[in-house]
Design a protein around this ligand. Sequence first.
Ligand code: UDP
Length: 315
Amino acid sequence: MTPPRALVTGGAGFLGSHLCDALLAEGYSVIVVDNLLTGRASNLHHLRNDPRFEFRQLDINLPFDCGKVDYVFHFACPASPVDYMKHGIETLKVGSLGTLHALEVARKYGARYLISSTSECYGDPLENPQKETYWGNVNPIGPRSVYDEAKRFSEALTMAYHRYHRVDTRIVRIFNTYGPRMQLNDGRVVPNFMKQALRGEDLTVYGDGSQTRSFCYVSDEVDGFIRLSKSTEHLPVNIGNPTEFTILECAKRVLAVTGSKSAIRYQPLPQDDPKQRCPDITKARTLLGWEPKIDLETGLRMSLEYFRQASSELA
Ligand code: UDP
């Protein structure tokens, strides 16, 4: 019997590549399309000899068709603040045109569809923790708007394809995720702190470090994607770890796990940096029986070898 075929846009990215591993383990054959703007072919290197795996370098901002697929996982998008601010127009394009083209593929082949959205839809939230029913507090013209509004538009377009064209869609709102294969220089807090700690550099805490984030280890996050992909829920579902840390606490955990003697250096807080972020995961718990298993310290330890290796490869 031919295995079901999954298309993963952005599959060369950190999360996309872990999703590919999980889909292959679930029995799918997988085709990745990625323009490698921020993704890396090396994230998929271990799959190159798998006959059920295929990679095509192409830009989904143009219409594309890789043949019949049973499932579309739309993950293409720069995802770190440094990346999406550097590639602002591309981010808006992939959120709009790229999402349109991915939805068209799902519509054409009657494929199921899951899009990676983000806790950034909640902006700088006035509610904590954030439930899926919260509409958010987003600055539509600030520096982060290229990402936030692209993702909010992606969600709107996905719901429209569901309502008007009956595409079988799902939306996952991802909260800060970390683990092996994160790019060391993508500017996100975990790779930045790990790199700095391992190289004996100061850890750069932005602002006073009192802003909060909730960090989910990648295997927990991907388990949530797979469970959601099998469910029939069309409205957004938060997938993230509900244990909230201040950024200063996060820096201290990194120092403890790496055994580093690095100092902490305070730097200005970027504009519109959300003050808090924590998912309410009642819906994922109830609907998917999902809950993260790996706490921050354990996940950092599980990532240590990867970050050590990646840091040693830096010039
Ligand atoms: N941050 C920090 N130092 C760094 C990188 C990030 O203090 O070297 C802070 C950043 O200001 C934010 C939080 O860590 O408050 C998470 O930032 P990240 O870029 O990982 O993602 P975000 O959650 O803002 O999308």
